[in-house]
Design a protein around this ligand. Structure first.
Ligand SMILES: [Ca+2]
Length: 220
C-alpha cells in the first residue's frame, strides 16, 4: 500500500501571525487534532479492509443430502367390485355361495370392518348370510367343509347391519388385519331357509357391502 498523504487542509498551520491570541491558537490546534484523528481513523479502517481480504483461510463444508419424507397410504380393494354374490327367483331352501377377495393395495398395514345396507328389510331379514374365512373351496357344495365363521345373520338392513368388526377407530372384536400387499378371500353364502313362507314371496332386496379400513399403527 502506498504511503498515505495528509491533505493540506489537515496539516498544522505554517507560520501565521505570532500576535494571535493563545485562545485562537489553541482552537486551531484543537480543530487540527480532531480532524487529524478522524482522518487517521478512516485510513485505519480502509487499511483494515485490505488486511482482512488478504488473509488466506482453510475452510470446509459438508452437505447431508436426501432427507426426504412421504406418507403411507391405506387402500382396501374388494374384488369383485360389484355383484359379488347374487341369486334371483329364490325358493325356500335355495342357497348361493361366492368368494369375495379383500386386498390391501396401500403401503401400510390396515384393519377393516364390514357392514351391509339393504334397500328393504323384509326379505333381507329372512335371508341368512354367512361369511367365512379360510374356506378351501367356496362353492355351495363345499363351503361348509372348513374355514372360520366370521358372521352369520341377516343379509343386512336399511339402517345398516354390522357384519364384522367395527368402523369405530381403534381395534375392536372382529376387525380383520391385513398387511400391505396381503389379501384374503372371504366366502359368502346366502340362503333362504326352507321354513320361509309366502310372506317373503315376490320380494327383492339388494345389499351394499361396505368395507372400512383404518391404519393399525398409532391407532390402538
Ligand atoms: Ca375399528
Amino acid at each position: 500500500m502506498s504511503e498515505h498523504t495528509i491533505p493540506p487542509s489537515l496539516k498544522p498551520p505554517q507560520g501565521g501571525n505570532v500576535d494571535e491570541s493563545h485562545d485562537d491558537d489553541d482552537n486551531r490546534r484543537g480543530g487540527f487534532t480532531t480532524r487529524l484523528l478522524a482522518s487517521l481513523a478512516v485510513l485505519a479502517l480502509a487499511g483494515g479492509v485490505f488486511t482482512v481480504s488478504s488473509l488466506a483461510l482453510f475452510t470446509d463444508q459438508e452437505s447431508v443430502t436426501g432427507n426426504a419424507f412421504s406418507t403411507g397410504s391405506i387402500d382396501l380393494v374388494a374384488t369383485p367390485a360389484t355383484v359379488a354374490i347374487t341369486d334371483l327367483n329364490m325358493l325356500p331352501g335355495d342357497q348361493v355361495t361366492a368368494p369375495l377377495t379383500v386386498s390391501n393395495s396401500g403401503t401400510l398395514e390396515f384393519r377393516y370392518s364390514m357392514t351391509s345396507t339393504t334397500d328393504e328389510d323384509t326379505l333381507a331379514s329372512n335371508l341368512v348370510m354367512t361369511v367365512k374365512s379360510d374356506v378351501t373351496t367356496c362353492t355351495d357344495a363345499t363351503w361348509q367343509a372348513d374355514g372360520v365363521v366370521l358372521y352369520s345373520g341377516v343379509l343386512g338392513s336399511t339402517t345398516t347391519a354390522n357384519v364384522m368388526g367395527s368402523v369405530a377407530t381403534g381395534s375392536q372384536a372382529g376387525d380383520r388385519v391385513l398387511a400391505s400387499a396381503a389379501a384374503e378371500e372371504l366366502c359368502f353364502n346366502v340362503s333362504l331357509p326352507a321354513a320361509a313362507n309366502n310372506s317373503v314371496a315376490g320380494l327383492a332386496s339388494t345389499a351394499i357391502f361396505t368395507f372400512d379400513a383404518e391404519q393399525t399403527a398409532n391407532n390402538p
